[in-house]
Design a protein around this ligand. Structure first.
Ligand code: KG4
Ligand code: ZN
Length: 341
């Protein structure tokens, strides 16, 4: 593997333990994802302490498996990249300590990576990022519009003022009786219903790229409570469609407005909710109409995985952005602070 840069990447910010080996920032040699979803399901959401324990149990075998799958050894690896934040602090620390141990034992550079930068770079694993671009970030913890004029240069131009979009999906799902994580199930149901509920579209002020989903979430919950009290029949597929249409219309509207205002013709989407079928369809249609080049990662790269951390980590490696052994997790790490000018 001469002249090839190999990054071993570690992701443990939430409920997936993942290790990947990435070649030259673009080729996935391995990407092992150990999901804890089944364990958290019975609690209706991720329990941080349970997540940390599962990471501890799974991380060593996941590292071994990722190296084996890539057919490399630690001696072949050039650097170890790891998610520093944002995320659950106990969960992050398991990955960070594993990464530190590997970097120290094998004398490799240690590279801290911002989790959302990772989600953005998931796109780069399928098609090289073209700058300038607008990134629409839609995950369980974040809803943001980010302007990037070059690699690793992040400017947040809009963000949610309350709930993240994935969080709203999961709460609505719970109210209509679906298990965690509800987002994918609401998405499936939405494909079968009609938009009969007329839920609000929250645009905030016209010039703002910020989002707000708590009002919509409350409107759905209140409507359902009212109907239940009046013993009216609730069509949950129609609720799902109406909710999803409201979310998608605002996300797509603001993302395309940002592309127009910033004179950008490349839009990328990142984060768990990027696998939403309604969002993918609406973006595909409207980007085509407006001559915007749209990139959305395939579904397996939308949810948390270490390959995306390795892709972003590769560019940080090229910039010598190394950390020392004092590296700590940061549950609210700011992507702009992490940005390179
Ligand atoms: O990016 P991610 O894997 O984790 C975070 O970094 O937050 O996103 C997880 C979120 C969850 O809220 C999940 O319900 C949501 O993404 N999600 C979806 C879909 N697939 C995952 N939401 C709507 N539609 C989907 N198809
Ligand atoms: Zn994520």
């Amino acid at each position: 593997m001469n002249n090839e840069t190999l990054i071993l990447a570690v992701e443990s910010s939430c409920d997936e333990t993942s290790i990947s080996v990435i070649q030259n920032g673009t080729t996935i040699l391995s990407n092992i994802v150990l999901s804890q979803i089944d364990s958290h399901k019975r609690f209706g959401g991720v329990v941080p302490e349970v997540a940390s324990r599962h990471h501890v149990e799974g991380i060593t075998t996941t590292i071994d498996e990722a190296l084996k799958d890539a057919d490399v050894t630690m001696e072949d690896i050039h650097a170890v990249a790891v998610t520093q934040g944002p995320g659950l602090i106990g969960a992050l620390l398991v990955g960070i300590n594993a990464a530190k141990a590997l970097a120290f034992a094998y004398d490799k550079p240690l590279i801290p990576v911002h989790h959302i930068a990772g989600h953005i770079y998931a796109n780069h694993l399928e098609e090289p990022l073209q700058f300038p671009l607008i990134a629409l970030i839609v995950s369980g913890g974040h809803t943001e519009l980010i302007y990037m004029k070059d690699h690793l240069n992040f400017e947040i131009i809009g963000e949610t003022r309350d709930d993240a979009v994935g969080e709203a999906y999961d709460k609505v799902a719970r109210t209509i009786g679906l298990s965690y994580p509800g987002g994918p199930q609401v998405d499936k149901l939405a494909a079968t219903g009609n938009d009969t509920y007329d839920f609000p579209r929250v645009w905030l002020d016209k010039e703002s790229y910020d989002f707000s989903f708590s009002g919509l979430k409350s409107a759905v919950i209140n409507k359902l409570h009212n109907q239940r009290q009046k013993q009216q029949e609730i069509n949950i597929a129609d609720v799902a469609t109406s909710f999803q249409n409201s979310v998608v219309e605002v996300l797509v509207g603001k993302a395309l407005q940002a592309c127009a205002d910033y004179n950008v013709s490349d839009l990328i989407v990142a984060g768990g909710v990027a696998s939403n079928k309604g969002l993918r369809t609406a973006l595909t249609e409207q980007c085509e109409q407006q001559d915007i080049k749209l990139s959305i990662p395939s579904v397996k790269l939308c949810t948390d995985n270490a390959a995306m951390i390795g892709a972003a980590g590769h560019y940080l490696y090229l910039e010598n952005k190394y950390a020392d052994m004092t590296l700590n997790g940061n549950s609210s790490l700011d992507i702009e602070m992490f940005s390179i000018e």
